[in-house]
Design a protein around this ligand. Structure first.
Ligand code: F6R
Length: 608
């Protein structure tokens, strides 16, 4: 969602802010703005609706050498996308950018009668509130920010500057990430470390309830209660190549194609094929604790939720006497669900910042249940708040649609399930096939991607005329179908929904007509014959079917069969999902939509 950047140092702040905001473009936004201050405190505020390119046009005519500035990409919550609503917002000498939501902004506004509001945003209320405590520079900026934040209810990551003190930036966070980049004679900030890559490798991740005053060569951090905080400087692991397209037209295609490598990173040092075991250090549970687990609750949103559903099917296959419930975070946080004490909760999130998932994590912790993160973004809020965790290590995922994270989330959770099964004494013979296939999976992914890419491209072009799609599967292929349908709808805007094959007769069969095509996953296995019968049911009603299968046995006269590698049987759905990912990508290209930044969506959903 919204992005924040800021710079104070010896270089041009405008340049830093614009290039930083471009790095954060992937998060989704509808307007952007930058303010810089010269040595005397003269402010240059530039804002534009739409893409950063619009802001750059304004900048070209207003180039400044200013060495301090803050910038923002806004994803509208309060008030339409417009220049007036774009950040930074001004109140007297204060300029402020903000991610998150100020829930009590109406109430606060009532007490700020002196300020003439120019926007509909909650952020301008916060700027005016800070200004009301700042008293035109009578009090230090940091104190004014602290006083204001003490009255705020909601979530925020903020950065503020003042024309009265053009050598400092004050930042604070509660529920919305902020990273400080430590440089030589320069200090930077961003809501996401990717904006700092290439400028510094040293970062301080601010915690909730902390506020910091940044100058070019000092960083002072304290809590809202004025307790000093000694900062921990961490290394930014991401490199520039990881956040560039690397020769691909779109991040989405790059991320789909890099899955053999990204999965290898997930597996590194964790799989022992010889002994048929996996080893995960991160969860930090002893053998006794693992043995005691009776229930797994898996929490996530969107793709992370689907990954949890799929992993749950696998974990049930090989772990005895355990129940697995996968839940949608936005629902679960408001359910009055009782979680037995012998449970462990897996908190699944690529970004590690999803508001609903984070809320569930906090709720579950309150119940005294152990939480384990399945997270990608290192240092993210969820990663820091869980009791233990397994990073999936897929590197930055820039395209809004999640692809490589899904594959690694599923496998990381399956490995956690295997760890429990090992501790519970499940026969190694039962677990070995899973371990062997996990080890082979990166290579199977590589061959599948190579062999189907061209074919999927031409099939997708043919089906781009459709506006409706039904995705179908049974057992492990069912959550995979759900994920395939989500991918198609979010980037191609085709109305795609997934059903369990067995549910067809209970309603969805009525949909089958010439407006729809069907995308069916039919892996070899125990339920193969049943899935084939379901395909027949659809065919008999004039369906327009594409079948993805891993067996040459399949011989029904559907419109198109895409045959994938049969190397990994247990994890065939993961390979089938690659076809669904490529299909969504090429369908979107054919429809001419924005592949990496689909309309109305944001990469990291930090508000409820
Ligand atoms: C779909 C997609 C979203 C995310 C969801 C959770 O392609 O990207 O559905 O999976 O918003 O995000 P994280 O994993 O960051 O918690």
């Amino acid at each position: 969602m919204c992005g924040i950047v800021g710079y104070v140092g010896e270089k041009q702040a405008q340049d830093f802010c614009i290039s930083g905001l471009k790095r954060l473009e992937y998060r989704g936004y509808d307007s952007a703005g930058v303010v810089t201050l010269d040595e005397k405190g003269k402010a240059t505020l530039l804002r534009a609706k739409g893409k950063i390119a619009n802001l750059e046009e304004k900048l070209a005519a207003n180039k400044r050498e200013d060495k301090i500035g803050i910038g923002h990409t806004r994803w509208a919550t309060h008030g339409e996308p417009s220049e007036a609503n774009a950040h930074p917002h001004q109140a007297g000498p204060i300029y402020l950018v903000h991610n998150g939501i100020i829930e009590n902004y109406k109430e606060l506004k009532e007490h700020l009668k002196e300020h003439k509001f120019k926007s509909e945003t909650d952020t301008e209320v916060l700027a005016a509130l800070v200004n009301s405590f700042y008293k035109d520079g009578k009090y230090p900026l940091m104190n004014a920010v602290v006083q204001a934040l003490k009255l705020v209810k909601g979530t925020y990551g903020i950065a503020a500057v003042s024309t009265k003190s053009p050598d400092e930036i004050v930042v604070a966070r509660s529920g919305s990430p902020l990273v400080i980049g430590v440089g030589h004679d320069e200090t930077m900030l961003a809501s996401d470390a990717s904006a700092l890559v290439g400028h510094t490798k040293r970062a301080i991740y601010l915690n909730d309830g902390e506020v910091a005053r940044l100058t070019k060569n000092s960083i002072e951090i304290k809590t809202l209660n004025a307790e000093p905080v000694s900062a921990k400087v961490e290394e930014i692991e991401t490199n520039l190549a990881a956040i560039q397209k690397g020769g691909y037209d779109h991040f989405l295609l790059k991320e789909i194609m890099e899955q053999p490598e990204s999965l290898k990173e997930t597996l590194r040092g964790r799989v022992n094929v010889k002994e048929g075991i996996v080893h995960l250090g991160g969860p930090g549970l002893s053998e006794t604790e693992l043995r005691k687990i009776k229930h797994l609750v898996i929490v996530g949103c969107g793709t992370a939720y689907h990954a949890g559903l799929l992993a749950g099917y696998y974990i049930e296959q090989f772990t005895p006497e355990i129940t697995v419930e996968t839940v949608i975070a936005s629902e679960y946080r408001y359910r009055n669900a009782y979680i037995p004490k012998d449970s462990v909760a897996l908190i699944v999130s690529q970004s590690g910042e999803t508001a609903d998932t984070l809320a569930c994590l906090r709720e579950i912790k309150k119940q005294g249940v152990k939480t384990i993160g399945i997270v990608n973004a290192i240092g993210s809020t969820i990663a820091r708040e869980v009791d233990g965790g397994t990073y999936v290590h897929v590197g930055p995922e820039i395209s809004v649609a999640s692809t490589k994270a899904f594959t690694s989330q599923v496998i990381a959770m399956v490995m956690f399930g295997l760890t429990i099964a090992q501790a519970k004494g499940v026969r190694p013979g039962t677990l070995k096939p899973y371990v062997e296939e996990i080890d082979k999976l990166p290579e199977a992914i590589r061959t599948t991607l190579e062999s189907v890419r061209k074919e999927v491209e031409s099939v997708a072009k043919k089906y781009a005329k459709y506006e409706h799609a039904v995705y179908l599967g049974r057992d492990t292929a069912y959550p995979t179908a759900m994920e395939g349908a989500l991918k198609l709808k979010e980037i191609s805007y085709v109305d795609a929904n997934a059903y369990a094959f067995g549910e067809l007769k209970h309603g969805p069969l009525a949909l089958i007509d010439d407006r729809f095509f069907e995308f069916a996953l039919v892996p070899e296995g125990e339920l193969y014959d049943k899935a084939v019968s379901n395909v027949q049911e659809v065919l008999a009603r004039g369906g327009h079917m594409i079948v993805i299968t891993n067996t040459s046995k399949f011989d029904l006269p559907v419109e198109k069969v895409i045959k994938i590698s049969s190397d990994c049987k247990l994890f065939a759905p993961i390979l089938m999902n690659l076809v669904a990912q490529l299909f969504a990508y090429y369908m979107t290209l054919a429809k001419g939509n924005n592949v990496d930044q689909p309309r109305n969506l944001a990469k990291s959903v930090t508000v409820e």
